[in-house]
Design a protein around this ligand. Sequence first.
Ligand code: DX5
Ligand code: ZN
Length: 222
Amino acid sequence: MVELLPSILSADFAHLADQVAAAERGGGTAIHVDIMDGHFVPNITIGPPVVKSLRKATSLPLDCHLMIDNPNEFIPDFADAGANWVSVHWEACPHLHRTLQLIAHHGMQPGVVINPATPVDFLIEILPMVHHVLVMSVNPGFGGQEFIPFSLKKLARLAELRRELGLTFKIEVDGGVAHDTVAQVVKAGAELLVAGNAVFGQGQPEADAHALLTAARKAAGE
Ligand code: DX5
Ligand code: ZN
């Protein structure tokens, strides 16, 4: 089953609860929250206080994508704020195994993220520990960027590894997922589809989420 995870990065932050509610009515089944620190990526967004407010505004799982250095220092705060899924970048975690254990220890679902230049095969050892793997299909930091086509090969390789290893983690894709790319990412094996600009960019998140999810389901043969 494919799922749509609206990314609030492209939402109107002054009306976040309304925007999230509209995206949920449009079929979103988890909310993707981009946490950026101005160090790991060249942009700054939000932190645990906003996650805490979102927690009160929706009952959907909050999928927190940490684009920050030293994520271990903040994992307890995200747990307290009500995050459900927390993913950390392979590139930001010299002790990734420990970081994933820490996320699970705090009662959240651990995920790992790889940048476009990082090979999927670097993850083989830790795949049994994760709830989801997030393949970045743009360089992280900003919404509305162009999809990087070689991400499709990475999604397909991940699906192959999952089969070979007999695992059940979810395959997530983030960046440039829109009407012109959604069928390809679904066919390559992505199931959790993050979309920011395609959902919130035109100011009609309910209709645009619904249209994108419909296209994704069609491509998946659902
Ligand atoms: C980018 C973020 C994405 C972003 C995707 O660094 O991780 O979640 O919101 O935006 P779109 O869907 O506009 O490419
Ligand atoms: Zn993201």
